[in-house]
Design a protein around this ligand. Structure first.
Ligand code: C5P
Length: 218
């Protein structure tokens, strides 16, 4: 049988990436941040002059994306890209390219290739619904929009970047609406996904909840 998979889907800035990475660490599993693939594709397209609406061009680029996740880092065309792809601009690009069916199709096999022993923890928007429908455990992780905006705001301030809370909240609400309204792989809680609302939870409490749910399925 295939290696176990835990999928953690949810809206932007919900903390799912942090929770997923820590769950993977505690279990000694591999970790795939699927949003980074969409972000890397948006960056790659920008560098190559491929328009974020050019579906065939982007699908071809996605299938051949020169990305390397080995050694912890994230290299695009041999260049460290982990920080560059975190910008708001690339986030918007990721959500634009992610709305194109041919792009999602081209990234399917690449995402499934991360399912290796001893197991995989992955986060995104459609990990449980489309990429790993047979996942061992599916979690839908969310928090109120205000709470997510405050967390993102705090992160930016800590990084020494300028941040405007009302603007961040506005961007989050807009991105959620775009991710939920798109016809392909929209953001939504699957019927078989367990809801984890972290509005009033610390990260470690969320991590323990996921580990507890997973242990109960073993
Ligand atoms: O999670 P993150 O903010 O890095 O994702 C950036 C964008 O990539 C999301 O807004 C979403 O549109 C897209 N995405 C997606 N499917 C995923 C992960 C991310 O469409 N599995």
């Amino acid at each position: 049988s295939l290696p176990p998979v835990i999928t953690i889907d949810g809206p932007s800035a919900s903390g799912k990436g942090t929770v997923a990475a820590r769950v993977a660490e505690r279990l000694g599993f591999h970790y795939l941040d699927s949003g980074s693939l969409y972000r890397l594709l948006a960056l790659h397209a920008k560098q190559r002059g491929i328009d974020w609406s050019d579906e065939p061009g982007l699908a071809a680029a996605a299938a051949a994306l020169p990305v390397d996740f080995s050694c912890g880092g994230m290299r695009l065309d041999g260049i460290e890209a982990g920080n560059i792809i975190r910008s708001e601009e690339i986030g918007i690009g990721a959500s634009r390219v992610g709305a194109l069916p041919a792009v999602r199709e081209a990234l399917l096999a690449r995402q499934r290739a991360f399912r290796c022993l001893p197991g995989l923890v992955t986060d995104g928007r459609d990990m449980g619904s489309v990429v790993f429908p047979d996942a061992t455990l599916k979690v839908y992780l969310t928090a109120s929009a205000e709470c997510r905006a405050e967390r993102r705001h705090k992160q930016l301030i800590e990084k020494g970047e300028s941040a405007n809370l009302p603007q961040i909240l506005h961007d989050i609400v807009e991105r959620d609406a775009r991710d939920a309204a798109r016809p392909v792989a929209p953001l939504r809680q699957e019927p078989d996904a367990l809801l984890l609302d972290t509005t009033a939870l610390a990260i470690d409490q969320a991590v323990d909840q996921v580990l507890g749910w997973f242990a109960a399925r073993q």
